[in-house]
Design a protein around this ligand. Structure first.
Ligand code: ZN
Length: 509
């Protein structure tokens, strides 16, 4: 058995935990805001693990659990009718109305958006979306909740040392739902009536006795998490680094309830280019909609497969690099499939596309097409695509989709500042545009550039070849790096390339 990918390693562990029967994998979502990249990333990665489990001949299901019983803590600033919404603060999320008027509740509105994403990524058939409210109210969680009540002292022994002294005075694993206000109450529990399945507490000054079952009471988050694992027989859950402490507390509670905690993996959060956590309000990083608009959607899955345990910077400037890494693996995968290479299951593409209906491979790259478009400045997509078709007839489906994404990206992220060429480079580029006329292939043009670079180094005009190429990329594309220039000139066309270089050389420094 090959164990080199995180999917294979995790599959091995989960199969050791659940040695027979259906394996249950869980992901989570708090619908207090719209789902984001991190939300869908968890579902996508869990499906990847499921593929590895399938390779071992075992059956599994994915439960995406929705914490819609949580209290509505603050009104998101991006919602209309702020004042109207304020009266619902403290209510369970599934009781807060949908201000857009299209769904039963605010939570349902967000859940519908998640369902759309799950569908967009082709995961609907693999994922069972389970709402906390349905489980609580229907009584499906009753047995597990009563078990929490029977063990409340042991659970308090785990929880209290993790809390500050003030919080210790009022903490309880139970959050009753007020029958007066409908709010989730964080109140001191005066008495636990274990035999009767009830708790006693003050609500608006009045002492109330209330059942803990049938949705009349929610559990505190960490206890709730442990109860879910126990009640739903969860074998596996991955979670973000911000939940490490919560997991450490939920684990012993799960054992008190008589279950083993799930096999787990901590994934790193996405960082913006400034190394800060990505924030919706700041708009740093790459959003889901950026990705869908500016790159093939499969390249996002590919990105998510790579090293989930390592922190990832997400910068829109790096999008071309992410896509090119995907295209590189795609090309490799086609070769592996043809050669019946057993290492195909180590190729990320297996987890992105499976083994059927794999998109065609391409020799083009995102960065190459982007630089062509930045040279052409095509006024519309049709001009861009007809140019490409003149250079390479029969663009395949992958290439057409790539071209569309590149075109969109170029419109939103075109770098219109021009960098005037340094004087010393002009003489070499003049030589190049004279000699290119005699050259046939991209490879010849590449070789010619190397020769000229070596001359420039020998003449002391520039320190080394790396800087030589950096300067050429800066002159031509205002970027320090880019596609291999020979193949670029070949595809872009010799005459056009000469025009491009000439136009850049006319700018003085
Ligand atoms: Zn809605």
């Amino acid at each position: 058995m090959l164990c080199s990918t995180w999917t294979m390693k995790n599959a091995k562990k989960v199969i050791e935990k659940n040695t027979s029967g259906l394996i249950t994998l869980k992901t989570g979502y708090g619908p207090s805001g719209l789902p984001h990249l991190g939300t869908i990333a968890e579902v996508i990665r869990t499906r990847m693990l499921q593929q590895a489990i399938e390779l071992q001949g075992r059956k599994s299901k994915i439960v995406t659990f929705i914490d819609n019983m949580d209290g509505f803590r603050k009104v998101p600033t991006n919602l209309p009718n702020q004042d109207y919404l304020k009266q619902f603060l403290g209510m369970p999320l599934f009781k807060v109305p949908d201000v857009f008027g299209c769904c039963d509740s605010f939570a349902d509105h967000n859940i519908n958006e998640l369902n759309k994403l799950i569908n967009k990524f082709g995961l609907t058939e693999y994922v069972e979306v389970v709402k906390s409210s349905d489980m609580y109210i229907s009584g499906k969680f009753n047995d597990a909740i009563l078990l929490v009540l029977q063990n409340y002292k042991k659970i308090l022994e785990v929880m209290l040392p993790t809390l500050g002294s003030e919080r210790q005075q009022t903490y309880s694993p139970f959050l009753p739902i007020s029958q007066k206000s409908g709010k989730v109450l964080e109140v001191k529990i005066e008495e636990y009536k274990v035999g009767e399945g009830k708790i006693v507490f003050y609500d608006e000054g009045e002492l109330v006795e209330q059942a803990v079952t049938n949705g009349k009471c929610k559990l505190q988050w960490k206890v709730d998490w442990a109860m879910q694992w126990h009640a739903l027989k969860i074998d596996y859950e991955m979670y973000g680094k911000d939940l490490i402490d919560s997991f450490a507390v939920a684990k012993p509670i799960c054992r008190i309830l008589g279950s083993q905690e799930p096999v787990n993996m901590v994934y790193e959060l996405f960082l913006a280019s400034d190394n800060k956590k990505i924030s919706k309000s700041k708009g740093n990083g790459v959003s889901l909609s950026d990705w869908m608009q500016f790159a093939p959607i499969a390249s996002m899955k590919h990105f998510l497969f790579l090293n989930p345990e390592r922190a990832k910077k997400l910068d829109i400037k790096d999008l071309p690099r992410y896509v090119d890494a995907y295209l590189h693996d795609l090309k490799r995968y086609h070769i592996q499939l043809n050669e019946k290479d057993e290492l195909i299951h180590n190729n990320p593409i297996f987890y992105v596309h499976g083994t059927q209906d794999i998109p065609e491979a391409t020799d083009l790259s995102y960065s190459l097409l982007l630089n062509i478009q930045s040279g052409l400045r095509s006024p519309d997509y049709e001009t861009f695509i007809s140019f490409l078709q003149k250079q390479k007839s029969n663009l395949n489906d992958t290439e057409l989709k790539l071209a569309r994404a590149v075109y969109n990206y170029s419109i939103y992220h075109s770098n219109n500042e021009t960098v005037p060429p340094p004087k010393w480079i002009k003489k070499y580029l003049h030589i190049f545009i004279e000699e290119i006329k005699e050259l046939e292939t991209g490879l010849d043009m590449q070789t010619k550039l190397y020769d000229l670079g070596n001359q420039a180094v020998a003449n002391g005009d520039i320190e080394n070849l790396k800087l030589w190429f950096e300067n050429i990329y800066l002159v031509l594309f205002n970027e320090k790096s880019g596609p291999r220039l020979g193949p670029f000139f070949e595809l872009y066309g010799k005459e056009r390339s000469v025009e491009l270089i000439k136009s850049k050389l006319n700018e003085d420094r």
